[in-house]
Design a binder for this molecule. Structure first.
Ligand code: FAD
Length: 450
């Protein structure tokens, strides 16, 4: 295997890897940035892609465009193995990249907690591809409901969201808003009236990291829009035709969204890096992996603690700040200076529920803000977090458009595989006649005078 040598090799062009690369680019360091996608993706707005509010190019920015005219050598490849001792990685096409410093910023992957059927039958929301698939499925469900009352009777208009953290809450809120304001403009009124959103969590509350007051506000805002909250109950199985709950209930649905947690990802598995909670690497205060001083692990791939020893949450802000901090430590490494322990500046947490309704807890003191003020704050913070001027302008225009016109410009089916609903496949469900069968049956029965 031919090995390519760099001063720094970064795996992952997400929030953490990109911040590291951008800070190193300013110094002209010789850096390889490897990502399986040729774009950086902006997770916080994926739910808006899934609900047809904004377009994919707003949340996905080509890495080569970001790093053109810099010393960053962007490589599009999937890393298959990591050798922290040699500070090298090997891609699935067998090319090895070695750095004086290696940065692992591979993010997280959905954690299905070995729940039967969850990986196969639910729609996770962790990537641009996931968001496009989910959008196509939701449009497929609405179209099926429009075609046949039988499909409605079989639960096609039930949307089940597993996980009531920020992703689940934001998605539920956006879908409820769409059903109320937008769907009746495109489809017969009965479709929105029959549709039902379920938000399920094993924990007894929504938004577990928020204060009790924010949780109460959010719960009321969701219930006001007829979202059925099922809290303190786990999902024990996800089937093609719905979910089974721990209390024995079943909810028929063809649109089960998985927003139920994440883990450190496959690439870390065989690396030999010491892994802790959630399969993530427990890093030292300077963001390096214990025992591997030339290897940094950042963002969602790491368990990062603050000065008091509390674990920091898996947030874009944590990943971005860790990325910038790691770049400073890497430059110190290359100059032979000591590294500094990471200090996180906590600016707070936010969650959007719908137009004009959001919760924010500002700063380390968690000063609560709700309603329109929190909604506007959410928009401003996410505009700032977005990478790229074009992307910010796109997001801004899309928001003005969807919030004022109450339309969804992106109701496009671009994933026919996800759009199509397979009515017959779940083995434990007796095969139901579909439309084609029905016309044959009608024909036979009519011949027999029924
Ligand atoms: C739906 C959703 C909504 C969110 N909303 C918010 C929010 O509102 N606010 C907030 O602060 N945080 C939010 N988060 C969390 C935030 O997105 C993450 O904390 C952040 O993305 C972590 O950054 P990262 O760089 O560690 O990982 P990522 O941003 O996930 O980047 C990892 C990168 O590594 C690449 N990669 C992975 N494996 C390989 C491999 N084997 N080979 C090559 N490349 C690889 C991936 O393609 C990806 O580009 C949200 C997350 C999700 C999933």
């Amino acid at each position: 295997v031919k090995t390519r040598d760099y001063q720094v090799v970064i795996v992952g062009g997400g929030f953490a890897g990109m911040a590291t690369a951008q800070n190193l680019a300013r110094t002209g360091a010789h850096v390889a940035l490897i990502d399986q996608n040729n774009y950086h993706q902006f997770h916080p707005l994926l739910y808006q892609v899934a609900t047809a509010q904004i377009a994919v190019p707003t949340v996905a920015r080509p890495l080569r465009a970001i790093f053109r005219h810099t010393s960053i050598d962007v490589k599009t490849a999937t890393v298959e193995s990591i050798d922290p001792r040699a500070r090298s990685v090997t891609t699935i096409d067998g090319i090895a990249y070695r750095g004086q410093i290696l940065v692992i910023a591979t993010g997280a992957q959905p954690n299905f907690f070995n729940i039967p059927g969850a990986a196969d039958n639910s729609f996770p929301l962790y990537s641009v591809d996931d968001a496009s698939r989910l959008r196509s499925r939701l449009l497929g469900a609405l179209d099926a409901g429009d075609r046949s009352q039988d499909y409605i009777d079989r639960g096609v208009l039930n949307i089940v969201i597993v996980g009531a953290g920020p992703t689940g809450v934001e998605l539920a809120g956006a879908l409820a808003e769409s059903l109320r304001l937008v769907v009746p403009r495109y489809l017969p009124k009965a479709i929105a009236e029959h549709a039902k959103i379920y938000l399920i969590d094993l924990l007894p509350t929504v938004l577990p990291f928020f204060s009790a007051a924010s949780q109460k506000y959010t719960t009321k805002a969701l219930c006001d829009r007829d979202i059925e909250l099922i809290l303190g109950v786990g999902v024990t199985e996800v089937r093609k035709d719905g979910v089974v709950l721990a209390d024995g209930r079943t909810i028929p649905s063809r649109s089960v969204v998985w927003a139920g947690g994440s883990h450190g990802g496959r690439a870390l598995g065989a690396s030999g890096l010491p892994r802790g909670k959630g399969g993530r690497v427990d890093v030292d205060p300077d963001l390096t992996a214990p025992g591997f001083p030339g290897v940094y692990v950042l963002g969602d791939a790491a368990n990062i603690t603050d000065a008091a020893g509390n674990q920091l949450p898996q947030l874009a802000a944590v990943a971005q700040q860790a990325g910038s901090w790691a770049a400073r430590n890497i430059l110190a490494d290359l100059d032979g200076r000591p590294r500094a322990p990471f200090v996180y500046h906590d600016r707070g947490i936010l969650a959007m529920i719908r137009r004009g309704v959001a919760v924010a807890e500002i700063g380390h003191q968690r000063r609560p803000v709700t309603g329109v003020a929190a909604f506007l704050l959410w928009l401003v913070v996410h505009l700032m977090l977005l990478s790229g001027v074009r992307e910010r302008i796109n997001a801004f225009i899309s928001w003005i458009w969807v919030y004022l016109t109450r339309t969804r410009p992106q109701i496009l089916v671009d994933r026919p595989d996800a759009y199509a609903i397979d009515w017959n496949k779940h083995p434990s469900v007796p095969r139901q006649p579909n439309d084609a069968d029905r016309s044959v049956l009608t024909h036979l029965f009519s011949r027999r005078g029924l």
